[in-house]
Design a protein around this ligand. Sequence first.
Ligand SMILES: [Cu+2]
Length: 144
Amino acid sequence: MNLYRSSLALVAAAACTFAVASVAARADDMSAAMPAHVTVKMNAQNGSNENGTATLTQQADGVQVVIALENATGSQPSHIHAGTCAKLNPAPKYPLSNTVDGKGTTLVKGVTVADLVAGGFAVNVHKSASDLATYVSCGNIGGK
Ligand SMILES: [Cu+2]
């Protein structure tokens, strides 16, 4: 038995529980000024190697989405879609600013982090404006 590895797993699980609890608390008290953060792991698709994160931060008027991907070049259309990376609704739900050389920041107005976590959404990045059909990176909001 590997006690060290077990301890690490427990710490990770505790950190996860705390993050989810923070989001739930925010939903109960939308007037609070303290931001809620959720980090979504972005996984490369179709051999792109574009792994990274999408960080969702509650702001007063919406959710700031910051995408950071490795190995990405050029301008890549990015959206929040309903569904999961395994089964994405192809129609974008919320448009995001294009990810340029792996970085993009968008304020999605009129939503909360709690809405996005509860709603069954995913952040996805397309290869280019001329090749929208090829997905290069995706992450399930809420980690499902
Ligand atoms: Cu999309």
